[in-house]
Design a protein. Sequence first.
Length: 329
Amino acid sequence: MSILHGSSILITGGTGSFGKAFIRYALDNLNPRRLVVFSRDELKQYEVRHLFNDDPRLRWFIGDIRDERRLARALHGVDHVVHAAALKQVDTAEYNPFEFVKTNVLGSQNVIEASIDAGVKRVVALSTDKASSPINLYGATKLTADKLFITGNHYAAAYETRFAVVRYGNVMGSRGSVIPFFRKLGEQGKPLPITDLRCTRFFITLPQAVKMVVDTFDFMQGGELLVPRIPSMRVVDLAHAVVPGAELVDVGLRPGEKLHEEMISPEEGRRAVVVRDGDYFVIQPDIASWGYSAPIGSTPTPDGFAYRSDSNDEWYTQEQIRTIIEAEL
């Protein structure tokens, strides 16, 4: 049974794609005593309340993670926190850097400090592959947030609160997924724009992302950065899986976009171990004053290890991609 079962949970950014999937899983499998949905958009909260038929276990807090006092109020009596709130669009970040810093960096610091003050037991923050060797502003803010959460364990060493991070790639079926866009163009008989025909990506489904977060709560000591071991896919294969035979047009990389994605850099690879029968990698903290130790049964990665979408040893075929899309979307 998960440590989350029967507990009081708060999720920031709870009306997003991941948030809705996590709420559904929690209500169906974790029977939370109370599940607090913290987000800033009243319309989305209204829609999600109706989506879950005003389940009495749900609580609704309008608020922004930039506001530490509002966080402190929402965290009263909370046992565990899932931190999913963030500004996420790569090209938007390039033109609005101050706003991304305020939410992704300063907002994350607020979550950390408010969680410690409220006596929260465990916090799991969601990261992104773009935080590894970042070349764009969004990735840089998420890398900073990752480091804040890991080092937050130093600040909380004399307290009960512990922090961990999960890092994964693009999510099939999320609000920002390219799949519905490709489908719409395919229905109109239009060519599909591909930023670069050589692009490779990591993709994960929403159920996989939720399971990873729940696993992390049960697994963590505090200080871990978990990365799923998942197949890569070529973007051209994804496009043809969504719209078979479609014409593809190379439109060039957008500002801040990578040709290939990376979830563990060579520098991080020196601290990485394999856990859970090879399901996950754990990037261990550099310094751990709170008593961290290597996970039981973990295996170190080989010298020079890095985890990139173009050099992965597992790949999705077009047929596998099509099967996943049909099952999940």
